[in-house]
Write a new protein. Structure first.
Length: 490
């Protein structure tokens, strides 16, 4: 019987998950902190870890790093909120098998757990490199330690004028060896666009290697980028090859480049200028030939003026730049990407969902996708899992998306200047009796609805935190939400 370790400082959540998984014939052990989790792993033969990203003593990423040092092949699934999807993806780049978002759906958790247990870790094959556990196999080369993630998402071209302009820029710059800066919000597809530039270049048959600089600690960044020699520092038990060597002949993509420390920026500038690297602890220079594409969600020139980024390094990279507009600014592209992600979900889940109900398409076009394409893809995966018919219906959508559209939220917040009467009369749908008057009972229900929704939004739709904020238990909150959904679907 597989044994699963649940790591969460929310004891109610642990209890719910433990009961659910035991009913599904899994053996379960629980830890409420990162330190306790490591002790449990030491004492137990665990087959999988289900870990909340935000713990009181450490983050899920920090715990994952500790687990990887001692249990390299142990699958780890991260639990996160919608607003933390970027951090969850960063955790996957550090070796997590997958992530699930709150609110948790039983079928989704079970499917992810089953896939993780069958895989025994991380596995895949992309761009001529084979991922096996934490090893990367370059075509014709010996296996090396995994330095970064490798892009596997197929490029999909949007139809909006803004996206067509991006395609034209890609067409012009791809055949060159220019360095490129890609600007865009989290989840907007910067890595996929960088990979498309690589695929249209003369380097297409060579490796494309991506690394998230935001996920690299100051101590390990030099080793990850340039490699290190055995004994270079405490814990350097073997020689490590950096990503510039692994990607030789191909393309290196450095995401969130502005997060690199000043010292690493100096070393990177030298490498870019001289096309040579020196491993940490090494004494000889190593030539390399790679194209460098970097990405940032903030303007590097502005970061340079503030002293956060070296100006000379900015000019080295700024041979060409592309800005990806957020999905909310190109709503014409939403359904095209949704259809693409649905096809992916159908293949993954072995389903034959034909499309989306008209009401769902309307909600998708009106919703403000703060998480951009990454959020849209995640929503499609979850709704596909919950759909048994031919079309995805409104009832399969997450609570926050349905109500975001109904309440007509602006891009950031509901305007605070509106008083309670205006909010209930203009934002919330009125339920009227036969006399055309708003009853006291319905007014109280509307006020309760608005209060719950604001609490959920305040805590990024984490229901456990919202329940504590509202001073009710989780069961009561879930029942209220279910009641609201039932009333809205009548």
């Amino acid at each position: 019987m597989p044994k699963i370790l649940i790591v969460d400082d929310d004891k109610d959540m642990c209890l719910l998950l433990e009961r659910f998984l035991r009913k599904k014939n899994y053996e379960v052990v629980v830890a409420n902190s990162g330190k306790e989790a490591l002790n449990v792993l030491f004492r137990n033969n665990v087959h999988l870890v289900l870990c909340d990203y935000k713990l009181e003593d450490v983050t899920g990423a920090e715990l994952l790093t500790s687990i990887r040092k001692e249990y390299a092949d142990l699958p780890v699934i991260i639990i996160t909120a919608y607003s933390d999807i970027k951090t969850a993806v960063d955790a996957m780049k550090k070796g997590a098998f997958d992530y699930v978002t709150k609110p948790l759906f039983p079928d989704e958790i079970l499917l992810t757990i089953e896939k993780a247990l069958k895989s025994g870790g991380v596995a895949g094959n992309v761009n001529g490199l084979t991922l096996d556990g934490n090893k990367v196999q370059v075509q014709g080369a010996p296996a090396k330690e995994k330095p970064a993630t490798l892009s596997s998402d197929r490029f999909v071209a949007g139809k909006s004028p803004l996206f067509k302009n991006i395609l034209e820029q890609v067409r012009r710059v791809a055949p060159t060896d220019y360095s490129v800066i890609i600007y865009g919000e989290s989840g907007s597809g910067k890595e996929v666009l960088a990979n498309e530039i690589h695929q249209q270049s003369r380097r297409a048959k060579a490796p494309f290697v991506a690394v998230d600089c935001g996920a690299l600690s100051k101590e390990l960044a030099g080793s990850e980028l340039f490699g290190h020699e055995k004994g270079a520092f405490t814990g350097a038990l073997n020689q490590k090859t950096g990503i510039f060597e692994v990607a030789n002949g191909g393309t290196v993509f450095l995401d969130e480049i502005a997060n690199l420390s000043y010292d690493i920026q100096v070393s990177l500038l030298r490498a870019v200028q001289e096309r040579k690297i020196r491993r940490v602890g090494g004494t000889k220079d190593i030539d390399f030939d790679v194209r460098i594409i970097v990405a940032s969600n903030e303007e590097l020139w502005e970061a340079a003026k503030k002293g956060k980024f070296r100006e000379d390094l900015f000019h080295r990279f700024n041979e060409f730049s592309i800005k990806i507009p957020p999905l909310r600014d190109r709503r014409e592209d939403v359904m095209q990407f949704a259809t693409h992600f649905l096809a992916q979900a159908n293949e993954e889940l072995n389903k034959g969902i034909k499309g989306f109900a008209p009401e769902v398409e309307d909600i998708f076009r009106k919703y403000v996708w703060h998480g951009n394409l990454r959020e849209l893809k995640n929503v499609i995966k979850r709704t596909s899992l919950l759909t048994d018919g031919e079309f995805i219906e409104v009832t399969a959508l997450p609570f926050e998306i349905i109500n975001y559209s109904k309440l007509n939220f602006e891009e950031e917040e509901v305007p605070a200047a509106k008083d309670a009467k205006a909010e209930m009369g203009e934002i919330l749908p009125r339920r009227e009796d036969s006399l055309g008057e708003h009853s006291l009972k319905d007014a109280a229900a509307d006020a309760e609805y608005l209060t719950i929704l604001k609490a959920l939004k305040e805590v990024n739709f984490n229901k456990s935190k919202a329940a504590r904020l509202l001073n009710v238990d989780r069961k009561t909150l879930y029942n209220k939400i279910k009641q609201f959904d039932e009333n809205n679907n009548r």
